[in-house]
Design a protein around this ligand. Structure first.
Ligand SMILES: [Fe+2]
Ligand SMILES: [Fe+2]
Length: 152
C-alpha cells in the first residue's frame, strides 16, 4: 500500500492532539508536565517544518494553493510564538496553564482547518505520484527535525 502525504501528516496530527490533552491534564510541579511540554514542542516544530517544506512549498506554486499556504504558515508562526511564551522556567502557575490552553485551542483549530480545507485543496493540486513521493520526503524531514531538536 502506498502512503500519501496526507496519511503521514494526519499521523502527526493525532500525536499533537494526544499531547495537548496530556499537557492540559498534567499536574504542576511534575516531571510529566515538563516532558509532555517538551515532546509537544518538538512534535509541533518538526511537523510544521516538514509540512511547510513538503506540502506547502509545492502547493504555493499553484494559484489555488496560495491562500491556504499563506494562512497555514501564519498559524504555524502563531503557534511558535505561543510556544516561546511557554518556554519559561516556571511551568506551574495558572498563567502558564491559561497559555497552554490557548496553544491547545490554536493547535486544534489549525489541524481541523488543514484536514477539512487545506488538504482537500492540496489533493486537487498534487497528483497521486507526487502525494506518494512527498509522503516519503515529509517523513524523512520530520525524523531529521526531531533528532535535531532533541539534541538542541
Ligand atoms: Fe500545519
Ligand atoms: Fe499539519
Amino acid at each position: 500500500m502506498t502512503e500519501s502525504i496526507f496519511d503521514a501528516l494526519r499521523e502527526s496530527h493525532e500525536r499533537q492532539r494526544a499531547l495537548c490533552r496530556k499537557l492540559l491534564r498534567s499536574k504542576p510541579h511534575t516531571a510529566d508536565r515538563i516532558s509532555t511540554f517538551t515532546e509537544l514542542r518538538i512534535e509541533l516544530a518538526a511537523h510544521a517544518a516538514a509540512e511547510e517544506r513538503h506540502l506547502y512549498v509545492p502547493i504555493l506554486m499553484d494559484d489555488m494553493g496560495l491562500s491556504p499556504a499563506r494562512h497555514a504558515l501564519h498559524e504555524h508562526h502563531q503557534m511558535d510564538e505561543l510556544i516561546e511564551d511557554l518556554q519559561v522556567s516556571d511551568h506551574s502557575g495558572a498563567a502558564w496553564m491559561a497559555r497552554a490552553r490557548q496553544l491547545s485551542k490554536k493547535v486544534h483549530h489549525h489541524l481541523r482547518e488543514e484536514e477539512r480545507k487545506f488538504f482537500q485543496v492540496s489533493g486537487k493540486i498534487l497528483d497521486d505520484s507526487i502525494k506518494t513521493r512527498q509522503a516519503k520526503r515529509y517523513r524523512r524531514e520530520h525524523a531529521r527535525m526531531v533528532r535535531t531538536l532533541q539534541q538542541a
